[in-house]
Write a protein that binds this ligand. Structure first.
Ligand code: CAA
Length: 260
C-alpha cells in the first residue's frame, strides 16, 4: 500500500518506514499519524517481518515536532476531547509488540524526539539534534518528553532541556544514554537496517518477550520486574524454539526458529 506522508519498504525481514514530509522537516500532523498507525499495524501482523526501522526523509530532520500549523488554531476543548497525542503511544508503543528502531537523521524535536523515544532503540547520525523546545511555544511536551527523556538521561539534563529548549547533539545524546550509537549520516539507514535484521533473525517469541521484560523496568518496582523476568524466562522454556536453541548450542550449529 502506498501512503501520502510516509514511505514503506521491506528489506528482507525488516520494514523500513520513512517519514516523508521533508518540506516541513517531517513535522507530525494527524495524516502522518494515520499513515504510521496503518504501517505499524501491517508490520505487526506480517509474520515475515521481525523488526522495523523508522527514519525521516532528507538530511535535515527525523521530525521537527508535532505540526505547529495544525495545532495553532485548534481549540483547547478539541485537544482534550480527542485526548490529543494519546493515539501515538497507544499504537506505536502499546500495540506494537515487535521491536522497532528509530534512525534519527537530524532534528528530533518536540514530538520528533518523543517519537524517537517511543522506539526500542535509537541510533543517531552525527548531525542529529534532540530537543524539547515546546516551552518556546508556550506549552510543554505532550507525547512523553517530560517522562521518557527524564528516565533516559536523568532529571538535571531533562529539566534543562524542557525549561530552555536547548538541543542536545548526537555525541552528548550517546554519552547521556539516550541513543545506543552514533554513525555517519550516510551509513545511518544501512546500520539501522543491519541491526534490525540481526534482531529479526532471533527467535521471534523470545524477541517479543525480551522487549516486554526490558520495558517492564520502566513501569515496575525492581522486585515486580524481577518476578516478571523470571516468569517470562519460565514461559519461554515451554517453546519449541527453546528446545531448538539449546539443542543447536549443544550440537554446535545455528538454530532454526519456528516462532513456536
Ligand atoms: N510544525 C510545522 N511546520 C514545521 C515544523 C513544525 N514542528 N518545524 C518546521 N516546520 C516547517 C517550517 O514552518 C518551514 O516551512 P515553510 O518553508 O513553509 O515556512 C519548514 O518546515 C522549514 O523549517 P525552517 O525554515 O524553520 O527551517 P530552519 O532550518 O530555519 O529551522 C528548526 C529548523 C530549528 C527545526 C525549526 O524549523 C524549528 O524550530 N521548528 C519547530 C521545532 C519545534 O518547536 N518543535 C516542537 C513542536 S510542538 C510539539 O512537538 C508538541 C509535542 O510535545 C508533541
Amino acid at each position: 500500500m502506498s501512503y501520502e506522508n510516509i514511505l514503506v519498504e521491506q528489506r528482507g525481514a525488516v520494514t523500513l518506514i520513512t517519514l516523508n514530509r521533508p518540506q516541513a522537516l517531517n513535522a507530525l500532523n494527524s495524516l502522518v499519524l494515520e499513515d504510521l498507525i496503518d504501517a505499524f499495524a501491517k508490520f505487526e501482523a506480517d509474520a515475515s517481518q521481525g523488526c522495523a526501522v523508522l527514519t525521516g526523509a532528507g538530511e535535515k530532520a527525523f521530525a521537527a515536532g508535532a505540526d505547529i500549523k495544525e495545532m495553532f488554531e485548534k481549540p483547547a476543548a478539541e485537544f482534550f476531547a480527542q485526548d490529543f497525542f494519546s493515539r501515538w503511544t497507544s499504537h506505536l508503543v502499546k500495540t506494537t509488540r515487535k521491536p522497532w528502531i528509530a534512525a534519527v537523521n537530524g532534528f528530533a524535536l518536540g514530538g520528533g524526539c518523543e517519537l524517537a523515544m517511543m522506539a526500542d532503540i535509537i541510533i543517531a547520525s552525527e548531525n542529529a539534534k534532540f530537543g524539547q523546545p515546546e516551552i518556546k511555544l508556550g506549552v510543554g511536551p505532550g507525547m512523553g518528553g517530560s517522562q521518557r527523556l527524564t528516565r533516559a538521561i536523568g532529571k538535571s539534563k531533562a529539566m534543562e532541556m524542557c525549561l530552555t529548549g536547548r538541543m542536545m547533539g548526537a555525541e552528548e545524546a550517546e554519552r547521556s544514554g539516550l541513543v545506543s550509537r552514533v554513525v555517519p549520516l550516510a551509513n545511518l539507514v544501512d546500520e539501522a537496517v543491519k541491526l534490525a535484521a540481526e534482531i529479526a533473525a532471533m527467535p521471534p517469541l523470545a524477541v517479543i518477550a525480551n522487549k516486554e521484560a526490558v520495558n517492564a523496568a520502566y513501569e515496575m518496582t525492581l522486585e515486580q520486574g524481577l518476578i516478571m523476568e523470571r516468569r517470562i524466562f519460565q514461559v519461554l522454556t515451554a517453546t519449541e524454539d527453546k528446545v531448538e536453541g539449546m539443542g543447536a548450542f549443544i550440537e554446535k550449529r545455528p538454530g532454526v526458529w519456528k516462532g513456536k
